[in-house]
Design a protein around this ligand. Sequence first.
Ligand SMILES: NC(=O)c1ccc[n+]([C@@H]2O[C@H](COP(=O)([O-])OP(=O)(O)OC[C@H]3O[C@@H](n4cnc5c(N)ncnc54)[C@H](O)[C@@H]3O)[C@@H](O)[C@H]2O)c1
Length: 317
Amino acid sequence: MKVLANDGISTTGIALLEKAGYEVITTRVAQEQLASYINRHKIDVLLVRSATKVRKELIDQCPSLKLIGRGGVGMDNIDVNYAREKGIHVVNTPEASSDSVAELVFAHLFGGVRFLHNANRDMPLEGDSNFKNLKKSYAKGIELRGKTLGIVGFGRIGQATAKIALGVGMQVIYHDPYVEEADITVSFFDGQSVSFQLESLSKDEVLKKSDFLTLHLPAQDKYVIGKEELEKAGSIIGIVNAARGGVIDEVALVDALEEGLVSFAGLDVYESEPSPEIRILMHPNISLTPHIGAATEEAQDRIGQQLAEQILERLQA
Ligand SMILES: NC(=O)c1ccc[n+]([C@@H]2O[C@H](COP(=O)([O-])OP(=O)(O)OC[C@H]3O[C@@H](n4cnc5c(N)ncnc54)[C@H](O)[C@@H]3O)[C@@H](O)[C@H]2O)c1
């Protein structure tokens, strides 16, 4: 059987598939040439991430396809129901990157409370000539320990983020209309673990009680955090969005940063991705990453491994 991993796959995934006798092709075929490539090479399995689109037309044109795999969570780039109606398996790896996204949230939070995003901009320019003044201007940092983290959206990534927060010594509260309560077990390196029972609070309560806010819910029809919510919250030290652009109203966020309602923000996703607004990119109180939440070697490794396992499970039964 032949697997075309059009947006790449980890070496762990390749090794598992090759061991089971699969041929894995990692050539990146352009979207418009994909159908003819799949037919010419009689590809059985097409693996994609978010770049390659697998629409109805492609599915109709490629009768050899038996399985479509998406490395990652969202499957908006695949016509999933249509493929399944045609008897094609469609799989993804929703849990593989949760810990990586959660760690990135904490990179933004730890960086934000000590102004690292700004110190890293200033030090190369003034570190040798203005050290003492920089030292003074970055001297008002705070600790995360003892503060309250509010999590909106308490699924896989929300809960992974809660575990880190609890480990750091933060209080965790959350809002999720579909997860009324949750048992969160924090595991340590030596096998010990501690469990916490948490209950969903109303969004307003979370907004009011949180020192820091992080969002982990799917894209919605309207903003989840807009002007009204930011005003209700009163005063928030930091807000992180590593979910989807459009969950937070960026204009309202910049206004809140300028009015001092919010001290800093950490963004991994943007409303106008892949061309984030200049006002966001240039803002001194925003810590920025280019949608890299899942982009760790460990997550990519787990994605490859989980895709390979699902292929073997479904096509060799
Ligand atoms: N930054 C990145 O690179 C990256 C990587 C992976 C996933 N993500 C994004 O992270 C988000 C969460 O992923 P996940 O794997 O935790 O998903 P998940 O499905 O496990 O959890 C999402 C949670 O949001 C809750 N929810 C839905 N609507 C809500 C609302 N209006 N208010 C509060 N909660 C609501 C759901 O009940 C669910 O528990 C998704 O948007 C996903 O696209 C980003």
